[in-house]
Design a protein around this ligand. Structure first.
Ligand SMILES: [Zn+2]
Length: 308
């Protein structure tokens, strides 16, 4: 489940490797992955990679017309690939093209890298940026936009402020989270604050010693400050961990340094109490009753529904 730290390390590694690379060809084998048709994917051919960055859980690959005498002939200008990995997508970089039977391929961008031959004699100088998706669902998506259309695209325009490195981005967290909704879904709502998903929300709430069911509008100033610190430490700590452990091509499975999420039944790393879980249809909340809910063990929602 790529969330802010996983998408951030992906953007950093790809940005370092691909700046200045020239796109040679593109292919979208995933029938549903490409959500736009104008400009066509072929407009990327001949463009150079200007940078790779993250916004919320989205990846943005920006390109520019290659400099030189033909630049005036290119009608494409600056373009941007906006990519959402959803729950099972990965954006990876390989030196060899994907095989035609690789059913995980959703988008392939073949490019030549500048300067590789000079620094590494005999090294492969081309590379393939590959959007892959694991599992049976096709949910990951790509849009090819003109650079000027990027900020107005609904996927970015509706995003709330970033959860890291400055949670709320200048707006006090108390204002950002001032809604009568439980913190667990509130923090995962990308329109409220962007970057946090089902895994890291458990770690952040545990770090802040806050109940997943406390309402955003009930937070006092001290609790907001704890939550702010928890977001910075938890998400920043994960990114620092990935900086040490993750390398290109970027592994299929990222070793997420989680201590609470999916650790129900194990002792709380802070107080030793057995971590508890509340199960929903498509996600699980893990928490420490001693640190977060004044000792209360919360009802299992699956069971509550059965008893209705
Ligand atoms: Zn605890």
């Amino acid at each position: 489940m790529p969330e802010l730290p996983e998408v951030e390390i992906t953007a950093r590694l790809l940005d370092g490797a691909l700046r200045g690379a020239t796109i040679e060809s593109t292919l979208a084998p995933g029938i549903n992955a490409l959500k736009t048709f104008d400009p066509p994917l072929s407009a990327l051919t001949g463009q150079t990679i200007a940078g790779v960055r993250r916004r919320g859980k989205n990846l943005i690959v920006e390109t520019a017309s290659a400099p030189g005498p033909d630049a005036s002939k290119s009608a494409s200008g600056e373009l941007a690939l906006l990519i959402h990995l959803m729950s099972a997508g990965r954006l990876q970089l390989f030196d060899k093209p994907a095989g035609p039977r690789d059913r995980t391929s959703r988008l392939l961008v073949r490019m030549s890298l500048p300067g590789v031959e000079d620094s590494m004699p005999g090294a492969e100088e081309s590379a393939e940026l590959r959007l892959r998706e694991f599992g049976s669902k096709q949910a990951a998506w790509v849009k090819l936009l003109r650079a000027g259309e990027l900020d107005g695209d609904e996927a970015l325009a509706k995003l709330g402020p970033e959860a890291w490195p400055d949670p709320g981005g200048g707006t006090p967290l108390r204002t950002v989270l001032d809604a009568p909704r439980p913190l667990h879904p509130l923090l995962r709502d990308q329109r409220v604050i962007s970057g946090i998903g089902r895994s890291w929300v458990d770690e952040i709430l545990w770090h802040a010693r806050l109940s997943p069911f406390k309402r955003g509008s009930d937070l006092d100033a001290g609790e907001c400050e704890r939550l702010r610190e928890a977001m910075i430490d938890t998400l920043g700590g994960a990114i620092a961990h990935y900086e040490q452990t993750i390398r290109l091509p970027i592994p299929d499975k990222l070793p997420m340094p989680l201590r609470i999420h999916r650790h129900e039944g194990e002792p709380c790393p802070r107080c030793g109490t057995s971590l508890q879980a509340v199960h929903f249809d498509d996600y699980v909340i893990a928490y420490c009753p001693t640190c977060q809910t004044d000792g209360r063990v919360l009802k299992d929602r699956r069971m509550s529904r059965l008893l209705k």
